[in-house]
Ligand binder design. Structure first.
Ligand SMILES: Cc1cc2nc3c(=O)[nH]c(=O)nc-3n(C[C@H](O)[C@H](O)[C@H](O)COP(=O)(O)O)c2cc1C
Length: 218
């Protein structure tokens, strides 16, 4: 099993780092081949430059983007680890997907080109329920993940949320780490497509492929 972990946190003392350090040995114990992308440490440039956007037509990618795309193709599963900032993933993580999952590589004419893959995402929040629910932060993330991973044809989208992280007790954090291991173990214990959580984007790519939509969309 090939797993790419996309790690989007700048600070080594973060709880996200604890999640990373917990799930790597969990995956290793199951025999996974792992590549960790620490976006800040690898200095990944998240800004869409003219040459990056031009690649949507030319399919000529920068070296940095091409290296990421090769690893995405290599992966059976992608894991993301990120904090929630202003109800959203950090901008530099969005920039990664904008550039790496560009039109022509990840989807074309509304059709996802990355089928047979799955994403398992761990998100940390500072807030707690019911606030998070009431301000639609779960929903925002779910819509976004559907519009990215459903659009490019992934077969599973699995999300795990860790709330009130900065004010949590050591006991709760330990419990969260146990839950994080159990969450990523599903990569091995649940079959492709079994988790689902796919919304409109995935459905619409299927309908387009079957010719049920009149207008193609990009
Ligand atoms: C710029 C910024 C915006 C934030 N916005 C939110 C938010 O919208 N919702 C929330 O629950 N927490 C928010 N937080 C708190 C972080 O999500 C929280 O501190 C983090 O998830 C804790 O995990 P960490 O130790 O891995 O950073 C925000 C933090 C920052 C720095």
């Amino acid at each position: 099993m090939n797993v790419v972990i996309i790690y989007a946190h700048p600070y080594d003392g973060s709880f996200c780092k604890g999640l990373l350090e917990t799930i790597v040995p969990t995956l290793e114990a199951r025999g996974a081949n792992i590549k960790v992308k620490d976006l800040v440490k690898m200095n990944f440039d998240p800004v869409m430059r003219p040459e990056d956007l031009r690649a949507a037509k030319t399919k000529v990618y920068t070296e940095a983007v091409k290296a990421e795309q090769d690893d995405i193709l290599w992966a059976d599963a992608i894991i993301t680890i990120a904090p929630v900032w202003f109800g959203m993933i950090p901008g530099f993580l969005k920039g990664y997907f904008d550039k790496v999952f560009i039109t022509g590589f990840a989807y074309d004419q509304g059709l996802g080109l990355l089928s047979g893959k799955r994403v398992f995402s761990l998100f940390t929040f500072g807030a707690n329920d019911p606030y998070i629910e009431l301000v639609n932060q779960y929903r925002t993330l779910e819509y976004l993940w559907d519009n990215i991973f459903g659009m490019v044809g992934f077969d599973d989208i699995a999300t795990k949320y860790f709330t009130r992280v900065p004010t949590s007790s050591d006991e709760l954090r330990q419990q969260y780490l146990v839950e994080a291991s159990a969450f990523v173990n599903q990569i091995f214990d649940r079959k492709l497509g079994e988790i689902g959580q796919l919304g409109h984007a995935r459905l619409l790519t299927h309908l387009t492929a079957k010719g049920h939509l009149n207008e193609k969309f990009n």
